[in-house]
Write a protein that binds this ligand. Sequence first.
Ligand SMILES: Cc1cc2nc3c(=O)[nH]c(=O)nc-3n(C[C@H](O)[C@H](O)[C@H](O)COP(=O)(O)OP(=O)(O)OC[C@H]3O[C@@H](n4cnc5c(N)ncnc54)[C@H](O)[C@@H]3O)c2cc1C
Length: 457
Amino acid sequence: MTTSVHRIQSLDAPAHTAVVIVGAGACGLTAALTLAHLGKECVILERDAMPAGSTALSSGFVPAAVTQAQKTQGIHDSADLFANDIQLKARGNASSLLVKAYTEAIGPAMDALSIHHGIPWQVIDTFLYPGHSVHRMHAVPEKTGAGLMMRLQNAAESAGVVILTQARATDLYVNHADKALGIGFIRPDGRLEKLSCEKVLFACNGFGGDADLVSDYLPQMRDALYAGHIGNDGSAIKWGRQLGAQLSDLGGYQGHGSWAIPQGALITWALMMEGAVQINANGERFHDESQGYSEAAVHVLTQPFGMVWNIFDDQLLKFAQDFPDFVEAQAAGVIRSFKDIEALAKYIGCGAKKLADTLNLVREGEDQQTGRIFKRNLSLPLHAIRVTGALFHTQGGLDINAHCQVMRPDASIFPNLLAAGGAARGVSGNDVWGYLSGNGLLSAIAGGYIAAHTAAE
Ligand SMILES: Cc1cc2nc3c(=O)[nH]c(=O)nc-3n(C[C@H](O)[C@H](O)[C@H](O)COP(=O)(O)OP(=O)(O)OC[C@H]3O[C@@H](n4cnc5c(N)ncnc54)[C@H](O)[C@@H]3O)c2cc1C
């Protein structure tokens, strides 16, 4: 289906609203809840019958600094420390103005969702996510993305937010001064309906669901599984290209090196951070697993057959069972258990001596081959999960300023076009290794909150 920009003088539409938000994921819903609180009218257009987006598929962990939840749990943090962690991971390549804007806004955004809309956050303090200096990963009690979406949707319903489902936005109407006049959207019977507005917010995530765009911008992930929402097909980028908007960091994305196959389930990277290792079909380790799950996707995909095995012991199994997604994956039969290394080697299809030699090097201290620091060795029995690398979501998009206003290549802004979340440039730089855990929902929630304040002005 096409995505078009029409240049016209005025739009004759049967309905009008102040702000049209395209997409009802974490970004769109946060923006709509913020607008509702500010007393500003909006309508969300959502292509699906049931809003879900990548948010519902995610683990639902949101990094945030200086929140009420952190204070309650006695955790000291600051926006500056958080910004520093983001830039360390991105080796200084993340947009500094967005890093500052998002790390400062995310605390107030999370507190506002909690205070005004009843979203109960708790900080995960049993495990430090890779690259974060302090415990700042927040989750709802369900500890899943589906739980987060359910709570945001319930809050939206209570706040009287209008969400038009089965409304795929296809047409953007702008006048000759680049001012957005409204949006056209396709209904299930194929009819095009129009809604005029004063401002448009693109909250329709990135281009992971469009194979051609992935091929163009992320050739190394062309053949990788896409684990995000298939409806995120780059609508915002397609409109942006036609408008002559600046697109930035299109080579940035979140990969994940631990996607169980053939079941198709995310296996928490917490397992790796606490001591598990990845072994390829030759019985070898091939990277420092503690560096982060995003770049691990590329390391895994370059191994024989593009697949490897996560290896861990009983102590780690028990630890991982604290994550509901892991328990669900376990119920789906992802784990195989072995009482000795010979049986594990037979399952993997590698030599038993080679595997034993590899696992012997997993012991307290620094591993000379990869530089990883281990706290302890793994004990029998051992468990294995077969995984591959996957593309989770893209991090490049419409370039925006600190107010989430869409920019032209000369840094001037479009009069009333906003973008946030996965539709906009992220804070991970232009490559896979720049993604700090949680940058996705950080951009969605902080961006949605900022964009709503801009739209309300
Ligand atoms: C398996 C997995 C695990 C993840 N875990 C985490 C995590 O723990 N923490 C984290 O920070 N990030 C995580 N992420 C990334 C995170 O899910 C995304 O960054 C985040 O959900 C983006 O939010 P969003 O609102 O921008 O997009 P989405 O939640 O994808 O919402 C976009 C919405 O726009 C709709 N839409 C798209 N195009 C149109 C159109 N043309 N018209 C109308 N509607 C449209 C879609 O249907 C969708 O509902 C994970 C991703 C995956 C895939």
